[in-house]
Design a protein around this ligand. Sequence first.
Ligand SMILES: Cc1ncc(COP(=O)(O)O)c(C=O)c1O
Length: 401
Amino acid sequence: MSNFLESLYSQATFNLKPSPIREMLHLIRRPGMISFAGGMPDPEIFPVEQFKEAAGILDREGKDVLQYGTTEGYLPLKEFLAEWTAPKMGRKLATDEILITTGSTQIVDLLSWVLIDKGDWVICEEPTFLGATLTMRNHGASFLTVPCDENGMKVDMIPEMVEKARKEGKKVKFIYTIVNFHNPLGCDLSLERRKKLIEIAEKYNLLILEDDPYGYVRFDGEEIPSIFSMDTSGRVVFACSFSKILAPGTRVAWCAGNKEVIRKMTVFKQGVDVCTSVVAQAMVYEYCRLGHLDSFLPKIIDHYRKKRDAMEEAFRKYLPQGEVKWLTPRGGFFYWLETPKVKAKDLFEKAVEKKVAFVLGEPFFPNGGGEHNFRMCFTFASKEQTEEGISRLGEALRELL
Ligand SMILES: Cc1ncc(COP(=O)(O)O)c(C=O)c1O
């Protein structure tokens, strides 16, 4: 670090930690590497032709779309989302209950601006999406982490945690939860626990950030009502994104919530990026208006179900049975694995020698843990790569046992 810079940096810069996943990308791009690391959609099924067709909106609206847009978001897209999300939201939203954002990562950032003072506390699952904790940490948040089982976070533990924290003078502000096909766990938060979570939020005056980028990518089982749809007191901010259901390169996402909170987030957004790319929003809107979103969803569900099944089959075929634990996800992008006798770090080193990559569990634990866990994304690699990669992983694991 240059000396002259050190005296200029903010406290936040001193606390800055890069995302271990983002930092790994150069490693993953090595020739011959089979990667199960990043949570990336399969580029083979990106709807390139349909998106090119959607670009036709520039013929019609080019002069408006190339202008600055409102911070609240491109109105036709908000109107579309108000209708389209009604089954999940439990009702048709008003457009001022929706804010379009630049990726759903920005939703975490904006809500953190609204709620977090340096030193405040957020309740989250253990483990949880590290992108979100990274963002909240930038605002000076610390975390009360709640262990999970196959039904998601053990919400019954929250009341005691909050009471203890508040007795110690800690300010606990909101609960961050990934409700469907959790990243990294792959599990769903059960209906009963969703209901309990609202009761807890009401009793302890907390907000809930319901992060649901994977909910539309369900392979098996019944859809579970969103927490937002069950909330009657305006405590839930629901976050979703086009990243996993269309393409992450659009960087278009949205959130829904209490008008007052949405308005505050909007004002912070004015100072963050003025507005989300209007060109991107308009093309996403046109893509949706032409019916491509509705026809693409069954296609990705079918495609990713097959990929999940291929990974499951390869696990059974190549991993030493009894030495690895996993839960079969009913949707989404990820498997979460546990190797009780082998440290994930050791396995990672061996695997990388054999040109296979995954993500270590530890960074998903804001307060430490996960030494024997790792995450595998099943959507990105081809069927052949999955088979080959997991056979190499099996070899690496056998060498360590
Ligand atoms: C749980 C969760 N939330 C949010 C995001 C970020 O999505 P976006 O691309 O919209 O920023 C991801 C991406 O992997 C995620 O897994």
